[in-house]
Every structure is written in C-alpha cells, then in structure tokens.
Design a protein around this ligand. Structure first.
Ligand code: ATP
Length: 290
C-alpha cells in the first residue's frame, strides 16, 4: 500500500576534530575531520501532495529556493522524474549557524522521506550523490554515526561507534556564517592542527580519554565568537574531558564520561545561555521513524 505520510528523524552532528589541510581547486578548503551524529534531531513530516510546500513552524529560516529542504525536494523530483508534489513540515530543533549541520540534516531528511513516501528505492550512494549537490555535509547527514570525513566534507569513511559518552552543547546568542569563518581562516590561519589519525585510532580502540586528548578545531581561533572561551571554561570546570567548538561555529560542546556530570554542567550553563542541549552519540543518520 502506498504511504500517505512519513516521519523522519535527522540527527545534527558535532566535529570531534576539524583540521584544514590545504586548498582544493576552486579555492575550497581541504578538510580532515571526525564527525559524529548526535541525538539532537530535526523531525520532518512528509505528506503526499499535488504541490511542493515546505513549512518550518517557529523558525526564522526563510523558506525559499535557497532553503536546503526545498533544494532537496526539487533535486529528488528532477532525478527520479516523478511528476508529483510533497508537503513537508520541519520541526527544527537544531540551532542555526551553529556548525551542527541543521540545514544539511533537513536536506538529508527530505531525501530519505521522499524516497520512502514515493517508494523510489534510491540507494544510499544515489542519495549521497544527490545530497552532495545540495551541500557538503549532506552525505554525512545521510550516513550518520561516526565518520572520518575529508575533502570539502564529501569523502566519508565510516568508523566504529565512539565510546559511550555524553555531550553538552551550548549555542551562544550569535551564530557564525560558514563562508565568513573560512575567509577569516585564510587571513589568520590557525595555531592548532588536531591529530585526526590519533583520534581515529582512539575511536577504534574504544579509548574515550584518547579521543578527547586528540580533539581540536582549526577554525576555533579565528571564529570571532567571543563567548567560546567562557563557555569552554564553564564546561571544563564542570568536568568535561575536553571542550571545543564544532564545525565553523558558533556552538561549543563538552564531552563527559558520566550522565550526572553532564547534567550538572548543562544546568550550570542554562543559568547563562538559552540554548543548551544534552545529547548522546547517535549511531545512525537521517531515517524513517514511522
Ligand atoms: P554547517 O555545519 O553545515 O556549516 P551550520 O549549522 O553552520 O551548518 P546551518 O544552520 O545548517 O549552518 O545553515 C546556516 C545557513 O543556511 C543560514 O544562514 C540559513 O539561512 C541557511 N539555510 C538554508 N536552508 C536551511 C535550513 N533548512 N535550515 C537551516 N538553515 C538553512
């Protein structure tokens, strides 16, 4: 029987490490990263319709042709040749301009949801190729789990799940534009280049302290986010094994080995910041939930 409605969960990501290792043709930055999906999800509800209609209730993100969800729906129809529409409601949980790939999660969620709704049976590699045409982080948002990610973010190597841990994620009041963050990196460079090989080895060995010792973000120094040091200091004070900015910012997170410590840290941070999230590693990517 044809489905009329599909609900999809699409996880946000954190960068357990991010290094800039060179420049690619076209001026893009060659990156080396370890990314992890987390249990902070976008929820998407897709319904069959004669028209294309995307809603993001309560979000200030404009729904126009630049919106990643709209781009994903159009790319899906173009690729499959389906003459149909879709009604998409996205309940956004992931903060915007956070370096947590919320926009990419929305695109991945739309692709997975439409594949299911219309029974198109596109493979993961077809979805990833479609996703990459929308944004560099969309293939990871589809794959999820733990991955070593290179290139502009499009070359993925799945890793074993990271050791069990808890993340406290803090989004400051001001977000960061990714292109502007890279422009600042080009002017300022970075004193920090994390060892992604060492971090990958620690993950393979199930070694949480080792994973944390190798964590770092080459974009943090030039991010321009004034609140990062204060947030990190609070996370560290409350027992984080490490703390760092994710992606091109502005969200900052701490890694904890025990839930009670993470909860206490989140509570302390909530006294100062409005957007504080407690999350765990998520082993999957964007997926149908019912
Ligand atoms: P990344 O880690 O991939 O750089 P980010 O968290 O820094 O992601 P997003 O929140 O995914 O950034 O997107 C930021 C910009 O993209 C905003 O300026 C927003 O207007 C635009 N955008 C387009 N579509 C979306 C969407 N569906 N959700 C969020 N932002 C979107």
């Amino acid at each position: 029987m044809q489905k009329k409605t599909v609900t999809v969960l699409a996880p946000a990501k954190l960068n357990l490490s991010l290094d800039v290792v060179g420049t690619l043709p076209g001026g893009y930055h060659d990156l080396d990263m370890v990314m992890h999906a987390i249990t902070l999800h976008e929820t998407l509800v897709l319904r069959r319709s004669r028209y294309l209609n995307v809603r993001m209730p309560g979000s200030f993100v404009p729904v126009n042709e630049k919106n990643t969800a709209v781009k994903a729906a159009l790319a899906f129809f173009h690729y499959t040749g389906l003459l149909a529409g879709v009604d998409i409601t996205i309940h956004k949980q992931v903060p915007v301009r956070a370096g947590m790939a919320g926009g990419s999660a929305d695109a991945a969620g739309v692709l997975v949801g439409m594949n299911e709704l219309y029974g198109a049976r596109l493979s993961m590699s077809e979805l990833c190729a479609l996703g990459a045409s929308i944004g560099a982080d969309v293939p990871f948002a589809l794959m999820g789990g733990t991955c070593r990610v290179k290139g502009v973010g499009d070359l993925l190597k799945p890793l074993p799940p990271c050791p069990d841990c808890f993340f406290v994620v803090v989004m400051p009041s001001v977000g960061i534009s990714t292109p502007e963050a890279f422009q600042r990196y080009d002017r300022m460079g970075s004193p920090l280049h994390p060892d992604c090989d060492r971090q990958e080895a620690a993950i393979r060995a199930g070694d949480l302290p080792g994973l944390c010792a190798a964590a770092g973000n080459a974009l943090e120094h030039c991010s321009g986010a004034t609140e990062t040091p204060a947030i990190r200091a609070l996370l560290d004070e409350h027992g984080a094994l490490t703390s760092l900015m994710t992606g091109s910012g502005a969200a900052v997170f701490g890694v904890f080995d025990a839930e009670d410590k993470a909860q206490a840290a989140a509570e302390a941070l909530r006294a100062r910041y409005k957007q504080v999230y407690l999350a765990r590693p998520d082993r999957g990517g964007a997926r149908v939930s019912q």
